[in-house]
Design a protein around this ligand. Sequence first.
Ligand SMILES: NC(=O)CC[C@H](N)C(=O)O
Length: 233
Amino acid sequence: MKSAVLVFPGINRERDMARALKLVSGQEAAMVWHAETELPKGTDLVVVPGGFSYGDYLRCGAIAARAPVMDAVRKYAAGGGLVLGVCNGFQILCEAGLLPGVLMRNARLKFICKDVHLRVERSDSPFTRGYNAGQVIRVPVAHGEGNYEADEETVKRLEGEGRVLYRYCTPEGVVDEESNINGAAQSIAGIVNERGNVLGMMPHPENHVEDIMGCTDGRGLFAGLAAHLEKAA
Ligand SMILES: NC(=O)CC[C@H](N)C(=O)O
């Protein structure tokens, strides 16, 4: 699995991400600076990591979404290439128009940094095939603007087309108001685009991949991608 991890000024999760990718795939990820206009040849997966690109000015991800490298990512995604955006990466993908909707301030207007539970809604996507449908995983979140919103029609479409892949839930897998940590529409934690090759999610699977982290529930996402790409090759 040849991954490319994008790096913007203010991003701080790129090394965690590269480490997780190496751990699961055995291959070193390429780090790609935001000013680049092309992705490395043969890239199997583009990852937009988390952090605070441009100090979260204007709106999280709004400035990074206009970086030169994003034109290359748009082209790559249009060709069916896999793109994963985590946290600030999710925000950047929405701001870049690669995913619908927007991430607004958390409902209680506080930065949230803790472990949460997610229900994996389906297992037939490259981004979830490392899990079973309905499985509950524990992963951390760390964000101030994770409250996913879109117009009613868009949310209805996301649901109708099965494009919500991860949803906040209780440890038992129940989706309720309390487990919806940031007030997101339909407790949405992660969605894919229409074609299913671009995923954005607020939680950080890359931070739960080794025993030393206290949990390895995030590993399935990367293992699933690696398995998907292996089969496709
Ligand atoms: N960990 C992150 O990527 C944080 C994203 C963004 N800076 C926010 O606070 O919402």
